[in-house]
Design a protein. Structure first.
Length: 422
């Protein structure tokens, strides 16, 4: 029965029962974490071979480059081809970075601020009242970059097909709006994948700024949780058709394919934007870790090798998402106090609780030993206007710990809703 349909005496009895249950959990001294989308140790073990296999002397030289030495700043040609084949992008439009795609994103925004990008009439730093579009709920580290660079962050509602394009198209007509963040496949935290219609509208829409830039963070491009995963249109193919290829800069990495702390990142863009980036990055670096690129090429080999590796990840992760889904359904279905996403891939579940209750849920869960991402973190400036969204990351717990953490979470959700109703 929905809580809103229960009598006051029934609500009080339910509240008191949940309070006792939460007190019992507190005595257990638990330290459980659903806050960050990190691979668990058993996932990291899938890539141990990458480190344990020493390179033979003959393997140091790849594509005519001695990978132990300086040089090849845009990445080994073989590594650029690897990314190009995996994501459907010409290899010459790929730059290979270090372990962090976020660092490449930060660098891109910084270049825009200092020098401008390919179509920029002036550096972004010279634009008064500059703004950036932030689909929300979204990724807090994205928002932090543009906030740090002095942009006003403009939230855009998310829909089951991606950002609300009516809002985006209207806001993008403002010449002080310089771009937007996008996680187009298995978005953080909603898990949705942008539809073909959304992608086409992004490529075809009119913008007030000639250098309006979409930061296309395709972090979960190959991270399916089921056999029939989502399909994302190739944004560069659509953009070439529309004549807006300079609008998109794509990022990805092997962070959740091999090791987050020692993977290989990439960025891809139009030839004009790649040329502009190279002119600045040539001063910034003599080259990233080519030996790590060699190790990844040997270990993953090609897109088929990535597919095999991700099937092993899926076997571990799908059980965790199933356990979380079961607990949410069993404890919260029918109460009218929560809704959540059902992703086919990625690393997160987005949970919406009763309006005005997310901060209280976070507080109650923390008291019982469960760490959640801070309420509001999925919105610009950490301000969720309805105080209802929580990002759940089930990946780093063991299955047994996840069951317990999810049970505590649902108690907190129910108790916070009852407190508000009463």
């Amino acid at each position: 029965m929905r809580y809103s349909e229960m009598k006051r005496a029934e609500l009080l009895e339910e509240r008191d029962s949940l309070r006792l249950l939460l007190e019992m959990y507190k005595t257990e001294g638990l330290k459980l974490d659903l806050s960050r989308g990190k691979p668990a140790a058993d996932q990291l073990d899938l890539s141990t071979e990458l480190l344990n296999r020493p390179l033979a002397e003959s393997e140091y030289v790849v594509d005519g480059f001695d990978c132990r030495n300086y040089g090849c700043p845009w990445g080994l040609p073989s590594m650029r081809r690897f990314w190009g084949e995996l994501l459907g992008i010409p290899a010459e439009q790929v730059i290979v970075g270090g372990n962090s795609s976020l660092a490449l994103m930060y660098g891109t925004i910084a270049r825009g601020m200092i020098f401008g990008l390919a179509d920029s009439p002036a550096p972004w730093s010279t634009v008064a009242d500059r703004k950036w579009l932030c689909p929300a709920p979204g990724y807090d580290r994205h928002f932090a970059i543009t906030e740090k660079m002095g942009f006003e962050l403009i939230p855009v509602d998310m829909t089951p097909e991606g950002p609300d394009m009516d809002q985006v198209e209207k806001l993008a007509l403002d010449p002080t709006v310089k771009g937007m963040w996008c996680v187009p496949k298995y978005a953080n935290p909603t898990g949705i994948t942008y539809s073909d219609a959304t992608c086409r509208r992004l490529t075809n829409m009119k913008t007030g700024a000639p250098d309006f830039t979409v930061m296309w963070d395709n972090a979960y491009a190959v991270h399916d949780l089921c056999d029939e995963g989502d399909e994302l249109p190739n944004i560069f193919d659509l953009a070439r058709e529309a004549g807006t290829e300079n609008r998109f800069i794509c990022f990805s990495s092997t962070s959740k394919i091999t090791f987050p702390g020692a993977g290989v990142s990439m960025m891809a863009a139009s030839p004009a934007n790649i040329d502009a980036a190279k002119k600045v990055m040539a001063v910034e670096t003599i080259g990233y870790d080519k030996l790590n690129q060699v190790r990844h090429l040997i270990f993953l080999r090609d897109p088929a090798g990535v597919k095999r590796q991700m099937a092993r990840h899926k076997a571990l992760l799908s059980e965790k998402f199933r356990v979380l889904e079961e607990r949410l359904s069993e404890d919260l279905d029918g109460l009218g106090i929560a809704e959540w996403t059902h992703p086919k891939g990625g690393y997160f579940v987005s949970l919406n609780v009763s309006d005005g209750c997310a901060k209280r849920v976070h507080e109650l869960a923390k008291e019982a030993g469960v760490t959640l991402t801070s309420a509001g973190a999925t919105f610009p400036y950490g301000l969720d206007p309805r105080d209802r969204n929580l990002r759940l990351a089930p990946t780093c717990c063991t299955v047994d710990n996840l069951r317990e953490a999810a049970s505590i979470l649902t108690v907190a959700v129910r108790l916070a809703a009852l407190e508000k109703l009463l």
